[in-house]
Design a protein around this ligand. Sequence first.
Ligand SMILES: Nc1ncnc2c1ncn2[C@@H]1O[C@H](COP(=O)(O)OP(=O)(O)O)[C@@H](O)[C@H]1O
Ligand SMILES: [Mg+2]
Length: 313
Amino acid sequence: MALQIKDLKKVYGKGVAANDGITMHIDAGEVYGLLGPNGAGKSTLVKQVIGLLKPTSGTITLGPYDLVKHPAHARQLCSYLPQAQMPIDSLRAREAIELTGMIRGGDGPAVRQRADHLIEALDLGEWRDVVGMRLSGGVRRLVGFAMIAVWPGQVVILDEPTNDVDPLRRRLLWDQVRRLADEGAAVALVTHNVLEAEKAVDRLAVADAGHLLAEGTPSSLKAHYRGRLRLQLMMRPGLSVAEPPEFIASSVRAGHNLVMVIEERDAARAIGWAQDLVDAGTAEEYALGATTLEDVYIKLAGHAPADSLTEGS
Ligand SMILES: Nc1ncnc2c1ncn2[C@@H]1O[C@H](COP(=O)(O)OP(=O)(O)O)[C@@H](O)[C@H]1O
Ligand SMILES: [Mg+2]
């Protein structure tokens, strides 16, 4: 079933609209990324979909179901992995996974079989019988995901599912996210990690200030930057960030980084400028590469995503 959101508005109290006319859909079988800075309105959107918050106006439907009129349906049909860790201190990993599967209405043998499969697929075997309070943040996160994936609803919403998860298991997690979609769920991935989203989603939207600024497949969003390159300059700590030369049209600062989008034909000039800064000791290093979805995000949101520049991907 497809999730359909039309002209959704949510105004808290007398304040500004946290969602200001959002229209989007997620098809069954699709992984949809919702990107945007803090305060963009992502959580507000999600809470309305899962029936925790009543929209000020607009509609949310899942196939034939009106999720606004029937929030109880919403809660039944949607699975949600919140950004905060699941409270599973006193449960063993496998118990937590099986228990949520049962609570969601799965039958015993099928739930156990799926739980076993997820534990294996996410490489959680050594923690199967370890209680939650003894688990590291990343393992806890994966157990939280398995609690959702063991008996998922038609809509699965994952809020920053890879937080604290090590790179190897992140891959395993993405495989299971894809599997949820292949099994027929409409999957929404809320994240500020643009580069990671680029690899995992079919379509995505960039949200800010209650609006969707752009929506499309990763390659359609990047098409705008064809023929351009990204130059990233890492300034020496304590020194101020350099002013880019005039031929560089677009630049953004993020801490000690300066990220610029340049035309291919300016590559030699740009490298010359960057190398001079390195030689002068002003900059530590620079990197020139293909434009990424992050550059699209920077252009739309007007600033770099929270922590992606420091991850060195
Ligand atoms: N319960 C609330 N009451 C009043 N304002 C809120 C509430 N929750 C969120 N907001 C405001 O709505 C806007 C969107 O917030 P939110 O949906 O949490 O964004 P995001 O999840 O993208 O960070 C922000 O300006 C935030 O301060
Ligand atoms: Mg949020």
